[in-house]
Write a protein that binds this ligand. Structure first.
Ligand code: ADP
Length: 448
């Protein structure tokens, strides 16, 4: 087992990893930019090291700075959290070259899954059902229009290197195609340095269902059921739950096995998420994320396992601590993402926290790096907290969420907490009757 792990991240996810390290008796190293000198992850780690100025490109995304921090502190392994370098195959390759262990999959797996076209081809070959679409990249507008005709509108044009909802455009009809095609290409180029795009049939009323998988890198893999992340704004998740309220035990076992077999088939190591759109009882693969997800706590809650601990174990060459048969769902869990954003436009709202009080009690987990007097810097993601609740069933989890939100105090900046108070008044949230468009429609109706 490792003696010391460096966490190449900040905020709540850095705390999450530090906590797992501490329970495992492993020393943790926090890295930070000058803007984060007073951040909670720096205070909580065993050691900390400044890796650069506020700009993420010069600090949290700087590979030389992270490698130097490992050399200086003697860390043997790096946990990337999510975002930043977590899905950067080049970074993983450089760590491998420096005899440092990346706590996550191999650079090859990240590369294959990081390109949505090769990911889809690979998954298709492994028996995973995919959204109907172009057989690969679409070279030009004429080819795009032909595909629109063949599949029928609406279609979605996606940058193969895209992520975080960027580089995706819907064409409702042939007239929309030129603009959508050009915009998706331009976004791919400017955000990810790659203008290759492909086209998929645009599903009009799907839910977003994602299967958590875990492999040991030696051909063994399990699934940890699904999460429903259908409530999204601009393709970004807002409210996540496990298990999916509309997925039957039979469907779960079937799609779970397909995913576990697929990742076992490529000797995948560590945590991964196979994302699907689910419509009329059918699953359609859209992409695989080769990292721990923001919403992993809902899965941890229903299975009572620590996914970060498990990531560290398999990265150190140990076997997984559970088998598929050990993984039995207990109750229901929900996570809401609390962002420092001002409604109704969700404009980022950094600033000083004048008062912070976290909710507690049975079945409540608060993953956050906030504290009284903390100043949220303007340079990074606006996620400031994840409130996760667990109940014996969905109604109990919903009631607990409502109760916990009522206890939560974050003063000094605007947050998305009022959004969740308002959403919990909606009948559809309680019945689970929503798809990926529900939230956008509700926001339009509510805020205009
Ligand atoms: P990203 O990598 O940017 O997160 P994804 O491919 O995972 O992109 O898609 C994100 C979201 O976009 C999905 O959860 C869904 O809401 C929407 N989406 C993606 N593909 C389709 C599709 N073929 N039809 C309808 N919606 C889609």
């Amino acid at each position: 087992m490792f003696d010391k792990i460096l966490i190449a991240n900040r905020g709540e996810i850095a705390l999450r990893v530090i906590r797992a390290c501490r329970e495992m008796g492993i020393k943790s190293v926090a890295v930070h930019s000058t803007a984060d000198a007073d951040a909670m992850h720096v205070r909580m780690a065993d050691e900390s090291i400044c890796i650069g100025p506020p700009s993420a490109t010069q600090s949290y995304l700087s590979i030389p700075a992270i490698i130097s921090a490992c050399e200086i502190t003697g860390a043997q392994a790096v946990h990337p959290g999510y975002g930043f370098l977590s899905e950067n195959a080049n970074f993983v390759q450089i760590l491998e070259d420096h005899d440092l262990t990346f706590i996550g999959p191999s650079s090859d797996h990240i590369r294959v899954m990081g390109d949505k076209i090769t990911a889809k081809d690979t998954m298709k070959d492994l028996g995973v059902p995919c959204v109907p679409g172009s057989p690969g990249g679409v070279p030009d507008l004429a080819a795009a229009k032909q595909i629109g005709e063949d599949f029928g509108y609406p279609v979605i044009i996606k940058a193969t290197a895209g992520g975080g909802g960027k580089g995706m455009k819907v064409a409702e009809s042939a007239e929309d195609m030129e603009k959508a095609f050009m915009t998706a290409r331009a976004e791919g180029k400017s955000n990810f340095g790659n203008d290759e795009v492909y086209i998929e049939k645009y599903l009009t009323t799907p839910r977003h269902i994602e299967v958590q998988v875990f492999g040991d890198g030696k051909g063994n893999a399990v699934h940890l059921a699904e999460r429903d992340c259908s409530l999204q704004r601009r393709h970004q998740k807002v409210f996540e739950e496990a298990p999916g309220p509309c997925i039957s035990a039979e469907e779960r076992a079937q799609i779970g096995k397909i995913c576990a077999d697929a990742v076992a088939g490529i000797n995948y190591i560590g945590a991964g998420t196979v994302e699907f759109l689910y419509e009329k009882g059918e699953f359609f693969f859209i992409e695989m994320n080769t990292r721990l997800q923001v919403e992993h706590p809902v899965t941890e809650s229903i299975f009572g396992v620590d996914l970060v601990r498990e990531q560290i174990r398999v990265a150190a060459g140990l076997p997984m601590s559970f088998t598929q048969d050990d993984l039995v769902i207990n109750g229901h869990s929900i996570e809401v993402r609390i962002n420092a954003e001002r409604l109704p436009n969700f404009a980022p709202c950094p600033g000083k926290i004048t008062q912070y009080h976290a909710p507690g009690g049975l079945g409540v987990r608060m993953d956050s790096a906030l504290y009284d007097g903390y100043s949220i810097p303007p340079y990074y993601d606006s996620l400031i907290a994840k409130l996760i609740v667990h109940g014996r069933d969905r109604p109990e989890a919903m009631a607990r969420l409502q109760r916990a939100l009522g206890e939560l105090i974050v003063d000094g900046v605007d947050t998305t907490i009022p959004l969740f108070h308002a959403l919990l008044e909606e009948e559809d949230l309680h019945t689970g009757d929503f798809n990926i468009h529900w939230l956008e429609d509700w926001l339009d109706r509510t805020y205009g």
